[in-house]
Design a protein around this ligand. Structure first.
Ligand code: OAD
Length: 255
């Protein structure tokens, strides 16, 4: 896909770019999305049985078996070209903020720093009653227990009905109202409050660029909709940006 020149220019000239990623950004790594027909996790599994605090208390062993399966799947996956492209983009823009709804840690494995994990991380473990992080927890038991207080351990992700971790919520909210370009990558824009970030960025005057294989409720609110796979589109975008920046450098050395 060819990237419109205006998109390259908007990113090249931006002071602050925010990228919000969703599960589509990891699809090319073989990590399933949530809502896509057939391939989506919520097509096969019931989120009310697996991704709420109530479900966890009802059957912690069932919930842990699902999360163990996801941990194994993600541990075998590798970052794709889109993850690497976003890490490269961060090195060419004065301020780059990466907010992800993904819990797979693939952005960090591709070299992105300071990733705002809106929905937590699959590999973190917390004590259910005290809500504190438990490092290097042994979660091999069917329903593992906290080594400190003996209460149930839980995966360190945000479940339905739970708040976004306050520090991440605050940092993400501040970033979106400050950015001049907002990139929405591989998200259906159906889950709040993450879906509201694009609207806040737009209200604050940012140029909105959506990258998705499909249309979303936010496509019509976006200034540019780049339809296709994020790995391919983001890699192409970074290539085009490099060419433009090189032209810039060449011009400056000639002057
Ligand atoms: P969804 O499954 O809702 O949406 C995935 C989006 O990615 C869809 O819009 C697809 O069209 C798009 N997509 C698929 N493959 C793609 C590709 N290769 N390149 C670009 N786009 C692609 O996933 P999310 O929007 O991430 O929350 O879902 C948000 C939240 O809902 C998740 O973080 C999770 C889930 O319930 C929690 O677990 C709290």
């Amino acid at each position: 896909m060819s990237i419109p020149e205006d998109v390259i220019t908007a990113i090249r000239d931006a002071r602050h770019v925010v990228a919000l990623t969703g599960s589509g950004a990891s699809a090319e790594s073989g990590v399933p999305t949530f809502r896509e027909a057939q391939a989506g996790l919520w097509e096969k599994f019931n989120p009310h049985e697996l991704a709420t605090p109530e479900a966890f208390l009802q059957d912690p062993a069932l919930v842990w078996s699902w999360y163990r399966w996801r941990r194994e799947l993600v541990a075998r996956a590798k970052p794709n070209r889109g993850h690497y492209a976003l890490a490269a983009l961060a090195r060419t823009i004065p301020i780059f903020s990466l907010i992800t709804q993904n819990v797979d840690g693939l952005h960090q494995r591709a070299g992105s720093n300071n990733v705002m994990e809106y929905h937590g991380n699959l590999f973190d473990t917390r004590c259910f009653s005290r809500d504190c992080a438990v490092a290097d927890a042994d979660v091999s038991a069917a329903a593992p227990r906290c080594p400190n207080c003996g209460d149930l351990l839980r995966p360190g992700v945000v479940w339905f009905g739970e708040p976004i971790p306050p520090a991440v919520l605050d940092a993400a909210t501040r970033a979106v109202v400050d950015c001049d370009v907002f990139l929405s990558v591989g998200t259906s824009s159906l889950v709040w409050p993450a879906a509201g970030l694009l609207e806040s960025a737009r209200a604050a005057g940012a140029t909105i660029i959506e990258v998705n294989t499909d249309v979303t409720p936010h496509t019509s609110q976006s200034h540019y909709s780049l339809q296709g796979k994020s790995g391919e589109i983001l890699a192409e975008l970074v290539n085009c940006l490099r060419v433009q920046l090189q032209k810039y450098d060449d011009l400056q050395t000639q002057q």
